[in-house]
Write a protein that binds this ligand. Structure first.
Ligand code: COA
Length: 197
């Protein structure tokens, strides 16, 4: 069972809603893309060409469904204007079906509030439920916030010559370290597991 909507709280008490995105969410994703800073857009989408997301990218993000792809958002229903805080997705690898590529972006002003870790926990449980054993995340070596967060949340890193490649072991909860982000992740997994498993 994969829930369609979860009402949760950030650590600072902010009520948030988490839900999967569907093909009906094109306008929401396009608006979220416009909200990203050029730097965050590049860090997540690897493109430098403006605020408008292309149709091909929207199709790629929204058209495919489980068990090979999932995309979730976390939003603040009380926020005026665009309510989204961040989104994360995974794509199962065609050559190695027990692995999926994971990516996440959180709006600049909402980073450091636990949204990235919440999204990681949500996608972790969806992926685990569909037989995925590892998440692989790619990031640029200069993206220090992401590097620190990935390693603090239990991913082990390697360098492929261009990018840092991080891997989370979804079946090994003992590999989650006792960092702040690791503790946050472990707590979220425990809190959310009953809704997914
Ligand atoms: C990397 C990224 C996803 C992290 O998201 P985030 O929402 O900032 O992540 P969190 O808030 O869960 O964790 C970030 C840090 O804040 C800390 N934190 C979270 N909630 C906190 C709280 N309430 N009080 C104090 N610290 C807190 C975490 O412990 C973590 O610390 P660490 O990074 O030193 O380990 C985000 O920076 C981002 O979107 N970057 C741009 C896109 C990108 O680089 N994506 C990754 C490649 S796909």
């Amino acid at each position: 069972m994969i829930p369609e909507r979860l009402e949760l709280h950030l650590r600072d008490g902010t009520p948030v809603v988490a839900r999967p995105l569907t093909p009906d969410d094109r306008a929401y994703v396009a608006a979220g893309y416009r909200q990203l800073s050029p730097e965050a857009r590049y860090q997540r989408f690897w493109v430098r060409d403006g605020e408008v997301i292309g149709d091909a990218m929207l199709n790629r993000l929204l058209a495919q469904q489980l068990p090979d792809h999932a995309i979730w958002t976390v939003f603040d229903p009380t926020r005026e204007g665009f309510p989204g805080l961040g989104a994360a997705s995974f794509w199962r690898s065609k050559s190695e079906p027990s692995d999926a590529e994971f990516s996440v972006s959180v709006l600049d002003a909402d980073q450091g509030r636990g949204v990235g870790t919440l999204l990681l926990a949500l996608l972790w449980l969806v992926a685990y439920r569909h037989g995925i054993a590892t998440f692989t995340g790619y990031t640029m070596p200069e993206n220090r916030a992401a590097l620190r967060w990935m390693s603090d949340s239990g991913a082990t890193g390697a360098w492929d010559g261009y990018n840092a490649v991080f891997r989370w072991q979804l079946r090994d909860l003992a590999a989650i370290p006792e960092t702040a982000a690791g503790a946050d992740l472990a707590e979220r997994l425990a809190e959310l597991a009953p809704a997914f498993l």
